[in-house]
Design a protein around this ligand. Structure first.
Ligand SMILES: O=C(O)CCC(=O)C(=O)O
Ligand SMILES: [Fe+2]
Length: 359
């Protein structure tokens, strides 16, 4: 490259000999610019540059990405609901160069992963049915679209209505804490028990997610402990009643929950098929509190999303416009103290044991 430029310069010097002291004359360009033949070439060149720049500005400001009917298009869809990811692992890291996640640092806390097929379909189905069963038994659970079931904290979202009205006031006050009821007391009240199959599926899935996370981020398994784990059930036909129901806001998990080091999401059902909307959006931080959508993951039964939980990964869930969206959020911590505060599941008295006891 450098050699050919030098050669061209030598040839130009040969073809345009100049007398000592003679000014270099601009070449004549009659066909190209016939209207103002008197203008010097550098003015023409400046005009040309201006024209090209203006055209580029207009082109960039009016360009819109190709639209898919009914879809938002201000972000790239990394993983669509219709297509299984070609490999078990799609290591589509944030390569946009913006925000703190601009340089993927696998093994150093800043990366985003989307995977399909790491949890057996039968176990995903078992968990989806478990969640649907509990929500149905709890008369639809929360009054707004999102209901949360936490098997460790023993809570399920609750609305004060029909079904619970059959309880005495004393039973109600024992059960209820804010928008939640105590799951164990509620299940006792309704004579419900977990099956051994449900308990085992839950435990295996949680362990599988932990192993995947350890592999993806290169964190030794022993260092990676379970933090909160909870199910979310978003019913698109309900209307938000309180600010707690507004699940669609952008957030950072460490700010929202306080302790997470890593967040793993497992989707229990699929966009398009079971519900509309509900895309998970990874955002990019542009500084000064400005976050912009960066990439969308459409939920698909069995799909896993894993990311480090701090400011490098702001995210949100888009509104669900039809159907019910179900997911498991499994958080992980590196703090032994935090891990020790998480209650184990199950309470053996809540399980209908069918054979050998679960680990
Ligand atoms: O359900 C999802 O896709 C994301 C949930 C989430 O952001 C959270 O639980 O903090
Ligand atoms: Fe979150």
């Amino acid at each position: 490259m450098a050699g050919s430029t030098a050669r061209r310069r030598r040839e130009e010097a040969k073809t345009e000999p100049k007398a000592p002291g003679e000014e270099a004359k601009p070449p004549h360009v009659p066909e190209l610019l016939p209207a103002f033949p008197g203008l010097p070439l550098r003015i023409w060149m400046a005009l040309l540059v201006l024209l090209v720049s203006a055209a580029a500005v207009i082109l960039v400001s009016t360009w819109k990405p190709a639209e898919h009917p009914g879809k938002q298009t201000d972000f790239e869809v990394w993983a669509s609901a219709r297509r299984n990811l070609p490999d078990a692992l799609q290591m589509k890291l944030a390569l946009t160069g913006f925000g703190l996640c601009g340089i993927p640092r696998r093994g150093n806390r800043c990366a985003r992963f989307v995977l399909d097929g790491v949890v057996p379909a039968a176990e995903v189905k078992e968990l989806a049915e478990l969640l649907q069963w509990l929500v149905s038994e709890a008369w639809g659970a929360g009054s707004g679209p999102p209901s949360v079931v936490d098997l460790h904290a023993e809570t399920i979202s609750y609305k004060d209505q029909r079904g619970v009205a059959v309880m005495t006031l004393k039973e109600k006050s024992e059960l209820q804490q804010d928008n939640f009821v105590n799951l164990t007391m509620f299940m006792e009240f309704k004579s419900l028990k977990f099956t051994q199959k449900q308990v085992e599926a839950y435990s295996r899935v949680r362990q599988a997610l932990r192993k995947q996370l350890s592999r993806l981020f290169g964190v030794p398994l022993e260092g990676l402990q379970h933090d909160m784990t909870f199910f979310s059930h978003i019913n698109g036909s309900k209307t938000a009643q309180t600010t707690h129901d507004e699940y669609w806001h952008s957030h950072i998990d460490t700010e929202q929950y306080g302790t997470f080091a890593y967040t793993v999401l497992l989707y229990l059902n699929s966009a398009d098929h079971d519900f509309d909307g509900g895309e998970f959006i990874f955002e990019e931080s542009r500084g000064n509190g400005v976050v912009v959508p960066a990439a969308a993951v459409e939920p698909r039964a069995g799909r896993v999303v894993a990311f480090s939980s701090d400011a490098e990964n702001p995210h949100k869930v888009l509104k669900v416009s039809r159907g019910v969206r179900m997911a498991l959020t499994a958080a992980f911590t590196c703090s032994q103290e935090q891990a020790a505060s998480i209650q184990s599941f199950p309470n053996p008295s809540m399980v209908e044991w069918s054979g050998t006891a679960a680990e």
